[in-house]
Design a protein around this ligand. Structure first.
Ligand SMILES: O=C(O)c1ccccc1NCC(=O)[C@H](O)[C@H](O)COP(=O)(O)O
Length: 210
């Protein structure tokens, strides 16, 4: 048995990257989507990536951005994986997966179409409005939640254990409920989130993304 991985998303500073790493997060998320109130520039993201080092995954988050931009940003910001939101083609996702591990964010209504993901792609089940802090209906998803998928959507210290208990995701991901304001982390809530996810149990390693 292996522990559930924890991603702390929406990191906009070296300070908050180090906070997440010291709290025990397995991954930080760096949002490059132009629409996001948590958007980070490549130079700051690179500094954050270098600060946490290779022991913590650095996931770049993209929405409606071209392949060129994603690949250039991944290199500039020293990303170790890319997370893709929005309506993109299978070819787009498969092309990216030749260069980087891909987290493909899907809404519950898109799950059937996205499963099973191609090699190098892991599904991340998220709410229809990413970064919106609204939880999914975990009970309704219980019978269809794919083995090895990640879970996001309105997770925080107070509900992550229950989400893990119901869906047994390979990893949990959160942002809104870990902030004092958009893009600025609440240290206590970040620590409490990682702690709660850690204590919530273990998952079967065979259900892990490759
Ligand atoms: O967080 C954003 O502002 C954002 C904007 C556009 C695309 C993706 C975005 N965030 C992606 C994430 O990985 C979030 O952690 C995930 O959607 C969960 O957010 P929340 O429900 O606020 O915990």
């Amino acid at each position: 048995m292996t522990r559930v991985q924890v991603k702390v998303c929406g990191t906009t500073s070296v300070h908050d990257a180090v906070l997440a790493a010291e709290a025990g997060a397995d991954a930080i998320g760096l949002v490059f989507a132009p629409v996001s109130k948590r958007r980070v520039d490549a130079a700051t993201a690179r500094a954050a990536s270098l600060a946490v080092g290779v022991g913590v995954a650095r996931v770049g988050v993209f929405l409606d951005q071209g392949l060129d931009e994603v690949l250039r940003t991944a290199e500039a910001a020293r990303l170790s994986a890319v997370q893709i939101h929005g309506p993109v083609s299978s070819l787009y996702v498969e092309t990216l997966a030749r260069y980087h591990p891909v987290l493909r964010a899907v809404r519950p209504q898109d799950l059937a179409e996205a499963s099973p993901p191609p090699v190098g792609v892991t599904l991340l089940l998220d709410a229809p409005t990413p970064g919106g802090g609204v939880p999914l209906d975990w009970a309704a998803l219980q019978s269809v939640f794919p083995a090895g998928a990640w879970l996001a959507g309105g997770l925080g210290p107070e509900n992550v254990a229950e989400a893990i208990r119901v869906l047994r995701p390979a990893a949990v991901d959160a942002v809104s409920r870990l902030e004092v304001s958009a893009g600025v982390k609440d240290p206590e809530r970040v620590r409490a989130f990682v702690r709660a996810a850690r204590q919530a149990g273990l998952v079967d390693p065979q259900s892990y993304p490759q």
